[in-house]
Design a protein around this ligand. Structure first.
Ligand SMILES: Cc1ncc(COP(=O)(O)O)c(C=O)c1O
Length: 404
């Protein structure tokens, strides 16, 4: 295991926790040492994915775990989770096809995107998908028409404070609107199942779920007044991976969630669903990159390190410097100094970190490698098809439980 203190990175030091060590898994290290793959590439340890799934399974034993496929749609990852009995949160026909192709049962799929074409809903229904998210009258009408009798849950808008990548106002409706929609869903012959929310990805505040659970309780109460008994609360995603900012351990999140559930639902505990993405795959991946160039800025005030990975071939989440990956380099141990980190394309926005203080070895040169740790989520899946001719980020899978 790599000692986090040996990790080169920002001065706001990373702090791993018992569940979230975020250290480079040994199997990945071995693969990189032995195979020396072309860079950039992402290496995912399936054993770490299994561990994360099992941790969550133990921590929330009565929750249905729907892996958010968007976080990392690598077929091997999806197949591994199918084998563990996971369910899946999908956003598109492509993700449905992927899950089915890897052996997922249609009943294990939740179409969690509230923005969907009518024909995509129809196709999903034909494929056997029966659970749909909604947050608008127009989408609900489509579901009722082309997926008759389906189960629906309504997403409410909640405060995302504490999240490194909040959703803004794109998804979710007010609790009062959710009551109206769910009652209408029942009247349209659908199974009005429950309420969902997402408190924002990489949520660093375990009390954040209180907002969603409180809103869900209000929707349950409003529906009950109209004779509709809801049964399910979908707690969404938001559980963190280990980046440079410390994140609380899973147990803290679960404790706060349980307290909120007790406070708002008491003995009338609803069925639970969770949609973890980042938590399952984030710490299971290491992204290996190569230094293309190291230069001094024209005013001589900063040292720029250009990597062969950037905003467009995997590091979309560095936008606004929201996600700050921990780094490790082939020159670790040498004296360090501040750097601006940038990607390889001809685009002026392809700068990863210039406000966040990163320090890298002063000896770093073109041809050296830089690893971005805990990079298993929202990297390969965000990679463009070939901006500037740079290929999409490939993913290699290893299995730490099958090493010799
Ligand atoms: C509907 C939905 N559920 C779950 C997730 C996964 O969130 P996270 O990766 O924070 O666990 C997302 C992420 O965008 C989402 O849109």
């Amino acid at each position: 295991m790599t000692d986090l203190s040996a990790t080169t990175g920002v001065t706001d030091r990373p702090s791993g926790t018992a569940q979230q060590t975020g250290t480079t898994p040994d199997a990945i290290q071995q693969f990189l040492d032995r195979q020396r793959p072309e860079t950039p590439c992402l290496v995912v340890d399936l054993a770490q994915v299994r561990n994360r799934y099992r941790q969550l399974r133990t921590a929330l034993p009565d929750a249905r775990i729907c892996y958010a496929v968007k976080a990392n749609p690598t077929p091997e990852v999806v197949g591994e989770l199918v084998g563990l009995g996971a369910s899946f949160d999908v956003a598109s026909p492509g993700e449905i096809d992927l899950c089915l192709a890897r052996g997922a049962a249609p009943e294990s799929i939740s179409y969690g995107n509230t923005i969907k074409k009518r024909r995509d809903i129809a196709r999903a229904h034909e494929q056997g998908v029966r659970l749909f998210a909604t947050d608008s009258a127009a989408d609900l009408a489509n579901i009722a028409e082309v997926a008759p009798g389906a189960q629906v849950f309504c997403r409410v808008l909640v405060d995302n404070e504490g999240s490194r990548t909040p959703f803004g106002r794109k998804f979710g409706c007010l609790p009062e609107t959710a009551v109206e929609l769910l009652v209408r869903a029942r009247d349209l012959g659908l199974d009005a199942f429950g309420v969902s929310f997402h408190i924002g990805s990489q949520q660093l505040e375990p009390t954040a779920w209180e907002h969603g659970i409180d809103a869900a309780r209000r929707v349950f109460a409003g529906c009950a007044e109209q004779g509709l008994r809801l049964r399910m609360v979908n707690l969404g995603g938001g559980l963190p991976a280990a980046y440079t900012q410390s994140a609380p351990p899973l147990a803290d999140y679960v404790r706060r969630i349980e307290e909120s559930l007790d406070r708002h639902f008491g003995a009338d505990r609803p069925e639970l669903l969770v949609e973890p993405g980042r938590f399952v795959v984030g710490d299971a991946g290491v992204l290996r990159s190569e230094v293309v160039l190291v230069t001094d800025s024209c005013d001589g005030e900063s040292r720029w390190v250009y990597l062969d990975i950037g905003r467009y071939n995997g590091l979309a989440e560095t936008e606004g410097e929201a996600i700050t990956y921990r780094l490790r380099t082939s020159r670790d141990g040498d004296p360090v100094g501040p750097v601006v980190l940038a990607g390889p394309t001809c685009d002026g926005d392809d700068v990863l970190y210039q406000r966040t203080r990163y320090e890298l070895p002063r000896t770093l040169r073109g041809g050296d490698w830089v690893d971005l740790l805990s990079a298993g989520a929202y990297t390969a899946s965000y990679s463009s098809v070939g901006f500037n001719g740079f290929a999409p980020l490939p993913t290699h899978c290893v299995d730490g439980d099958q090493r010799h």
